[in-house]
Design a protein around this ligand. Structure first.
Ligand code: V07
Length: 246
């Protein structure tokens, strides 16, 4: 049977969806606007996609907001990016609460400017009792740096005698990563990247080991709930093919 005509169902929704929100700069350039305008519009796409994801029953949505490499960008751009988290919550906190969304953060957050850190920590605290979707922002995140950090922590535990070498298992490594608070949903089921590039770019290296990859040509500021649905439908088609005899 041709399953290309099938519609999105509420079964087979991926638990953990992770998105590389690419194409903000290119979107702005095409419109002769400053890059910051692309980031600004990209923030509204975050709102649209988070609400749709929560309505679809996704348990965790992880968004790559700022990588450890992004510090190399011009200082004015970095400064603009660093005030986006507080702007995001000033504008959208009522909608986050109304949708029972819990905010989390993954990455080297101690190295963020104090104002950014405060805004994020406050949002995490204000939403900690919500039991709907986890909206997890990867902020100052790098996959290799995360693994190096976890490795040092484990090595020190061996030196201290708290654990033996044989206690190093996949489970122990997972519990040492910056996504450990996601518990049973720590591993990604569906990875989406917008704007046409087809690379992982150091995003959740361990956690993407078994995920489905979906690439969209839509630039992030144009991404919306229906773009997410297209990715979910493709995920379901692949699951059905995987489940059939052929
Ligand atoms: C950022 C907008 C989306 C496109 C990608 C780059 C620009 C939302 C946040 C954010 C982060 C943490 C948080 C709440 C909101 C954000 C940065 C950039 C650095 F707790 N969008 N967005 N952070 N962009």
């Amino acid at each position: 049977m041709d399953n290309s005509t099938k519609e999105l169902t509420l079964e087979n929704i991926p638990n953990h969806v992770a998105i590389i929100m690419d194409g903000n700069g290119r979107w702005a350039k095409n419109k002769n606007l400053p890059r910051t305008k692309g980031h600004q519009e990209g923030m509204d796409a975050v709102r649209r996609v988070a609400i749709r994801a929560s309505k679809r029953g996704i348990r965790v949505l992880t968004l790559y907001a700022f990588s450890t490499e992004n510090w190399k960008r011009p200082i004015e751009e970095v400064r603009f990016l660093m005030q986006l988290p507080s702007q995001f919550f000033n504008t959208f906190m009522p909608e986050i609460q109304k949708n029972n969304i819990q905010v989390q953060v993954t990455g080297f957050t101690q190295k963020l400017p104090i104002t950014t850190r405060r805004a994020v920590n406050r949002a995490v605290k204000e939403t900690q009792d919500n039991d709907g979707m986890i909206l997890n922002f990867a902020l100052n995140y790098g996959g290799r740096a995360e693994i190096v950090f976890a490795t040092k922590k484990i090595a020190q535990a061996v030196i201290d005698g708290t654990i033996k070498t044989d206690d190093i298992t996949e489970e122990l490594i997972e519990s040492s990563l910056q996504t450990s608070m996601l518990g049973e949903y720590q591993n990604v089921d569906l990875l989406i990247r917008s704007s046409g590039e087809q690379r992982l770019s150091n995003f959740l290296l361990w956690q993407n080991a078994y995920s489905e990859f979906y690439f969209s040509v839509t630039k992030w500021p144009d991404y919306d709930g229906d773009s997410l649905d297209e990715a979910l439908l493709e995920f379901q088609k692949r699951q059905r093919r995987f489940g059939s005899v052929q």
